[in-house]
Design a protein around this ligand. Sequence first.
Ligand code: PLP
Length: 470
Amino acid sequence: MTPDQLRRYGRQVVDWIADYLERVETLPVQSPVAPGDVRARLPDQPPRRAESFESILRDMDDVILPGITHWQSPNFFGFFPANSSGPSILGELLSAGLAVQGMMWITSPACTELETHVLDWMVGMLGLPQAFLSTSAGGGVIQDSASSASLCALLAARHKASLGTVRQRGVEQRLVAYASAEAHASIEKAMRVAGLGSRHLRLIATDERHAMKSDVLEETIRRDQATGLHPFFVVSTVGTTSSGAVDPTHGIGQACRKYGLWLHVDAAMAGTAAICPELRDVHRGVELADSYCFNPHKWMFVNFDCDCLFVADRSCLIRALGNSADYLENTASTSGKVIDYRNWQIPLGRRFRALKLWFVIRSFGVDGLRDRVREHVKLARELAGWIEADRRFEMAAPVALNLVCFRHSGGEAASRRLVEHVNREGRIFLTQTRLDELLTLRLCIGQTSTQRQHVARAWSVLCDAADQVA
Ligand code: PLP
């Protein structure tokens, strides 16, 4: 493709995206295709000769679009949002255009320094502890996902716990980690990937709000220590996936300090709320954390993938994940004056993800971000009020922020029929979970273009369906 063709087709692609976003609201939210439908429309063999860009772009409409579940629809209320925005899309495009490998400072100083700078901004924006600033002993780094961030935190904590003194030899086999029974499945996976095994993860009981019981945590740590095990890592979840519950990070953190454990805070979606000072309570206790992560790619209008991981002491992370190779040696790195983010993550290579985060923060402004988040929280509370007042439904959990959990009052089968019915129909999309062992519908409000009219319509779709499935 020549530069002139890139200009021409690039304009067409940007137009395609803008047209798509303009009409996404009118499309059935969940893709209606059956398994294998998309592949059946693709040729068995790759083309031997170059195809025209026009025909490739045409297949975006004919082959790809029918197989898309429209996460950017304002009527998408499933899982957690993976929202995006114009500035983020364009930042992502520029990142692809520059196509730099940001593994070390020298491989593109701007890639590293912008990331460091914007993550320092985020510390202030979220009211995070000063220890997470790059100018202190800690700092922030962009990871692909909260799953990777939690794994990196776990590896740093393990490294710290098993720093090989004679006394601690053999400690690896005795390491035990803790998270609530409602923590995300990525924590259990991190234990397996780290080679520690999921049987060394204790899932701590939760209270009636589905938040971790910190007294049970402390008791379990004490019992494990008494039997010769080595408790080393605790995850406090700010905004659990099933119900949005906020663990008592402060109490958990105090237990961690008392017994010498690493505290990691997983605020994957809910962390964004802390941009609003009046919602910052979700971060109470975060000053006791050794590490913290949240995903701008969930609720802060930044395209996937973009997770911000902060650590209070970067040396643990770097010692756990850093390595050396002759072919990577350079004077900037050995000077100690620069950050090489390759040592803060598992892969070597890394994209210029800070661009899209920078574009979003500058284009929305902190006030603009706050306005959106406030609106989503307000809408969730309003919807919860409608549900509470309607005998066809019952609430399943308190609404902490933007996630509403409820059931059909006709019971399990009616709730299942309800979610299947509305998703099949396609005007809205929501997902389900289990809370207190009961099937629970989750409606999460966080798409960039979701406004009151969309939530009101979702409510009317649910009311119609509730009568039909009763
Ligand atoms: N942690 C929590 C609390 C989540 O809700 C999720 C996803 O919904 C994750 C971690 C995993 O996020 P990611 O897809 O960024 O790995």
